[in-house]
Design a protein around this ligand. Sequence first.
Ligand SMILES: Cc1cc2nc3c(=O)[nH]c(=O)nc-3n(C[C@H](O)[C@H](O)[C@H](O)COP(=O)(O)OP(=O)(O)OC[C@H]3O[C@@H](n4cnc5c(N)ncnc54)[C@H](O)[C@@H]3O)c2cc1C
Length: 448
Amino acid sequence: METLHIIGGGLAGSEAAWQAAKMGINVVIHEMRPTVGTFAHKTGNLAEMVCSNSFRSDDSEQNAVGLLHWEMRAAGGLIMEMADAHRLPAGGALAVDRDPFAAAVTARLTEHPNVSLQPGEMTVLPDSGHWIIATGPLTSTALGAAIQAETGADRLAFFDAIAPIVYTDSIDMSVTWAQSRYDKGDTEEERKAYLNCPMTKAQYEAFIDALLEAEKTEFHDGETATYFDGCLPIEVMAERGRETLRHGPMKPVGLTNAHNPSEKPYAVVQLRRDNALGTLYNIVGFQTKMKYGAQSTVFRMIPGLENASFARLGGIHRNTFINSPTLLDDRMRLRSRPNIRFAGQVTGVEGYVESAAMGLLAGRMAAAEILGRDLAPPPPETATGALITHITGGAEAKTFQPMNVNFGLFPPVEGLRGGRRGRKDRYKAYTDRAKTFWREWLDAQGAS
Ligand SMILES: Cc1cc2nc3c(=O)[nH]c(=O)nc-3n(C[C@H](O)[C@H](O)[C@H](O)COP(=O)(O)OP(=O)(O)OC[C@H]3O[C@@H](n4cnc5c(N)ncnc54)[C@H](O)[C@@H]3O)c2cc1C
């Protein structure tokens, strides 16, 4: 039987190896550490957690990442089993004792008769055989160049520049109006592609003050800030001059407030649809290094977003990731070279848990293929399915940026109360539905 090769033994590669090995497949993990290091990893262990030691909320009824924990546990995931075994007290969150955790993942994999570890950096894309590339946000330079040569320079990013994303049902539509600048577009949908939030002069000045005063996050050591002028953090633009944003992402030109056509807004913040479902909007051009607490406060000063719920907040990080919506098929295969799958953060998901989940899926899909079966992705009603559906199809390819799991990625459950008041029941309905679909998806695969 053919062997599965996995490049990168991080959170995703380790989970992929475990899932495939459990299905009877021989797996070779190619890991460059400790011979070649990264600025963030400190050890030669597999599944090293590079920064925080948290897997975030463990609530599988009210939280999308908690649901992802539940799904991985139900699928016999190694990362969750070892995280549970090395859990630290952290209230409702799952905090992990990182060194024993990584050592235990390494031991379980190296002791498995189907798994072998081949140390060393991989620098080229393999022509034949079954491969998974799970090299993460700090993919080595040589392999990054090889991926870029295959995909084209504009399909592989080395930094993310994430604008905050808001749940549509938390936007005050009595304040915003739908219009593209200068009514551009061939269809009515395109002419109304943006939601606009108008600001008076006083609101704009207060907003600039808040931006300038907000606490900012520093880049990590070694994570040099080589972001380009095209994606400067908004607070850096504000530092360059109080009017800079009004001539940049907040310019009011080509827009007429449908609620008050005679009054010209002093500045306008635009929101653009972020997924095919229409459940999420991003704040256009608002990438930022403000701390998360500050972001919620500052962005709720924007008219129409006073009660905004954020599916994710903004950020700028060193992060290698591919444009999955255009490059991958729904089986996580590179369209141009279907013998290669991608998994983990390099696919454009973000976070330890999301990355491990994409490893779980890629490992099972690759193993199924070697066994002569086809494994369809889990349905989008599950947390894992919502993520894979987003990165391989639902996300806007042109503006694709890494995504955490969140309920905005799930198809809405019909007939439930919207807004904040209905949230608890809505989330419970999402997670109940997800668990049913996930069990069915696992059961259809038999014992594996
Ligand atoms: C500075 C920093 C801080 C972060 N903080 C957090 C956080 O607090 N919380 C969070 O959830 N996420 C955080 N992340 C994201 C986190 O790194 C990922 O979510 C997670 O580690 C991704 O898992 P992965 O398996 O895709 O990649 P990784 O865990 O990074 O694993 C990739 C592996 O591939 C190896 N590799 C790379 N190139 C090659 C090659 N050419 N040949 C062989 N091996 C190779 C690497 O050595 C590494 O072991 C952070 C990322 C960075 C860079």
